[in-house]
Design a protein around this ligand. Structure first.
Ligand SMILES: Cc1cc2nc3c(=O)[nH]c(=O)nc-3n(C[C@H](O)[C@H](O)[C@H](O)COP(=O)(O)OP(=O)(O)OC[C@H]3O[C@@H](n4cnc5c(N)ncnc54)[C@H](O)[C@@H]3O)c2cc1C
Length: 419
């Protein structure tokens, strides 16, 4: 029986195991978190907005049927099978309005499981996998190195496998860094970073959009030349901070039951670095650290939109009150940390959006910074026949459904190869 190791138990691993679990393979899952209840395990813990789209989620093609099949798979593992749904830009009215102002509307179908229900989903899936005698879980096992030998792959814990599937997501960047240092030929591309803000407005400002599509995804080509996009809209949601090893950024999520009175979403500017720069992660990290330097350790900067636009430090808030906990932000001026070209791109985006959604540019709306999305290096899965990378760590995906599908398709490929 072929012995396969999968490193990490997140979305991509779930897709992989689901497809291969009843085949003639011995599967070993190595997960660095201490158990299935650990708060650091898997990316399917926060928010859980699943979407079916060919325009976002990753850089690989996943047909919509498989995407929907995987959405249904996750929903079938919730306890009460209740989700919020929506369709982004299915209505011609909205599509045409946004298009006319220069926005590129992104079409997709959404299914929102919610942070509260997601924990059950992960647990229920795990319980199902455990029923298979050929699937073995090893928690508390952080893999720090993978070595490619002629017909086998050796892990840092000394164990040897016929095939290894690395599915460590973004939090596994140390293992990926070590692997690409050992095998630089795996790298296909690394030039992009998305940098911007989290924007928070009262629900009623975006009520019509929230009701129509739950998540509105748009792209916009700014006069600066940069592309600006919305990301992760959370109706009646909450702003939270996210701690990396050496800096803190802002993020947002929504719960199925507990609701706030505000909607938050990210506005991100995609920065493509060209020669001689080749370190987008370093560039984004420095800007994040600069924001943290101004805000204080583990805090982010909060500013009203009018002060953000006019480069003044915010000292008081007015009608919109933050959903981020008070000890996690400092009122300040984001202009001291962000380059002008990024600021101008975001302001132009908000002002143009205000022509379609009046109130979006209200002076007392809230701006939090920094929000950053790093793109992982795109890795070449053709380089080694027995060492594969799936999900976000491969650079090919950026969402739960795409990562799950990537794992699923990798399993399909391995099953086909064996036959
Ligand atoms: C706050 C937040 C909210 C998000 N919300 C959404 C959303 O609503 N909808 C959506 O589609 N996407 C969302 N995403 C993105 C989504 O979580 C990821 O795209 C997806 O989980 C990627 O799946 P993955 O399997 O590649 O990695 P992950 O799901 O992150 O799983 C990787 C696993 O590998 C483990 N691991 C890491 N390194 C090692 C190692 N060296 N050894 C052993 N184990 C290791 C980790 O502990 C983790 O369990 C969100 C991300 C974040 C951070």
């Amino acid at each position: 029986m072929n012995k396969i190791a999968i490193i990490g138990f997140g979305a991509a691993a779930i897709g992989f195991i689901e497809k291969i679990k009843d085949q003639d393979f011995e599967i070993h899952v190595f997960e660095k978190s201490k158990d299935i209840y650990s708060s650091s395990i898997s990316g399917i813990r926060a928010d859980g907005k699943l979407f079916v789209s060919n325009e976002m989620g990753g850089d690989i093609y996943i047909n919509r049927e498989l995407q929907k099949q995987l959405v249904d798979y996750y929903i079938s593992h919730t306890d009460n099978k209740t989700v919020e749904t929506g369709q982004s830009f299915s209505s011609e009215k909205f599509y045409n309005q946004f298009y006319a102002k220069g926005f590129q509307p992104i079409t997709s179908d959404f299914y929102h499981i919610g942070t509260d229900q997601l924990k059950e989903v992960l647990y229920n899936i795990y319980e199902n996998f455990k029923l298979y005698k050929n699937v073995h879980f090893h928690f508390n096992q952080e893999i720090t190195q993978v070595e490619n030998h002629e017909n086998k792959i050796k892990l840092s814990n000394g164990e040897v496998f016929d095939k290894v599937v690395v599915a460590v997501g973004r939090s596994g960047h140390k293992l990926i860094k070590k692997t690409i240092t050992d095998y630089p030929e795996l790298i296909l591309d690394n030039t992009k970073v998305d940098l911007g803000i989290r924007y928070e407005v009262p629900d009623h400002v975006v009520d019509e959009l929230n009701k129509e599509m739950y998540e509105f995804k748009i792209r916009y080509k700014s006069k600066t030349g940069y592309t600006v996009r919305t990301f992760c809209n959370n109706p009646s949601g909450y702003v939270v901070t996210e701690n990396y090893d050496d800096f803190t950024t802002v993020n947002g999520h929504a719960k199925l039951k507990q609701k706030s009175k505000n909607t938050n979403f990210a506005i991100l500017v995609t920065i493509k670095l060209t020669e001689p720069f080749n370190d987008p992660i370093g560039y984004g990290s420095y800007i994040a650290k600069m924001s943290n330097l101004l805000a204080g350790p583990d805090k982010v900067i909060l500013q009203t939109y009018s002060h953000f636009k006019n480069s003044k430090r915010t000292k008081n808030l007015y009608r919109v009150l933050p959903t981020l906990e008070e000890d996690k932000y400092i009122l300040g001026d984001i202009n001291l940390a962000f380059p002008r070209r990024i600021m101008e791109s975001i302001i132009e985006f908000i002002e143009t959006l205000n022509e379609i959604v009046p109130g979006i540019a209200n002076p007392d709306n809230l701006v939090y910074a920094p929000e950053i999305k790093f793109y992982s290096n795109a890795l070449n899965n053709e380089k080694f026949p027995n060492l594969k990378f799936v999900g976000d760590c491969s650079g090919a995906t950026r969402s739960i459904i795409y990562a799950t599908a990537h794992g699923y398709l990798m399993a399909e490929e391995m099953i086909a190869q064996r036959k």
